[in-house]
Design a protein around this ligand. Sequence first.
Ligand code: GAF
Length: 391
Amino acid sequence: MDLRPASARPGEQQVTTADAFRDVYGTSPDGTWAAPGRVNLIGEHTDYNDGFVMPFALPHTAIASVARRDDGLLRLHSGQAEGGVVEVRLDGEPAKGWAAYPAGVVWALRDAGHAVGGADIHYDSTVPTGAGLSSSAALEIVTALALNDLYDLGLQRWQLARLCQRAENVYVGAPTGIMDQTASACCTAGHALYLDTRDLSQHQIPFDLAARGLRLLVVDTQVKHAHSEGEYGKRRRGCEDAAAALGVDALRDVPYEGLDEALARLEDEEQRRLVRHVVTEDQRVERVVALLEADDVRAIGPVLTEGHTSLRDDFRVSCPELDLVVATANDAGALGARMTGGGFGGSAIILVDDASADKIADAVTAAFASGGFREPRVFVAVPSAGAVRLE
Ligand code: GAF
């Protein structure tokens, strides 16, 4: 099994996006930008509760070569999507499918009063789609960063993240939080991003696993998730209803020390489960930050596994494949493991000692084979850079 990060393999993710742009549009782009996917270390389903998250950027990126145009036309082409160039008139019908993400970004910028007149864009992405690794946020952020530069908008990265979230919520119709866009825009290499999603204050926490003889494996279960479908929105509404029932603005305002008292005030068992997950998950983020700051990286393993149990039993967003990864990895000697991202499929992360990485990855693959599941894709996640202009 090849455990090197995908982008470290020869021949992958070369900066040929500009050449592909020339092939598609017959002219040269004004520039090329990249934005990464992410893994969330801890803090799941807390971002739309004004809580805490701790993602880091993957080496896998969406790359966009872009030329400005000012005639109200947006032309979009992707090396990963069938169907050729998608043309979107900025005053016409909304885009559908994958093109809705970048078209939504242009809509959100213009709706906020920024004079974006159109663009020709070619995308290439190595972020796996539907794997819970934020391929859509990467597509949004790379588009926003490029247009911010080309149209001299002067927006800061957190502002781009907010606009991209709005694109996803309003234009695409997926009620997601702010974590993925902020991760793609603001992460830095070698760090996890400790983010307060209420005021967007950020701390870059050093997260150098290699120096500690550790690795973080990502297991893409190959079970596709889709956030615009019902379950994610149901959880979000459930959390908002529970916050209203408790008389707080958001579940972030329920203190960990006051959890039992808050639970006793809720009649609805489902609301109690949602509240228990969110409040304990915010506390797990705080614990992981404290452990990393104390340079006790190994000790975060059990906190990750606790997070998985809470997502499985209280928040109920796991699935058999994700549970199998976590159980198998922990049985095979992992320090800890959990699902990452929205759930209902997608990916899990496993914290392992260097020496046991291969053995644990093989155990997971074997367990999938004997469970009759599709072969998972396993790779090492190295905390990488956020969005950047390449040329
Ligand atoms: C998805 C969403 F896009 C994020 O905003 C976040 O809610 C996550 O699920 C769960 O933590 O990735």
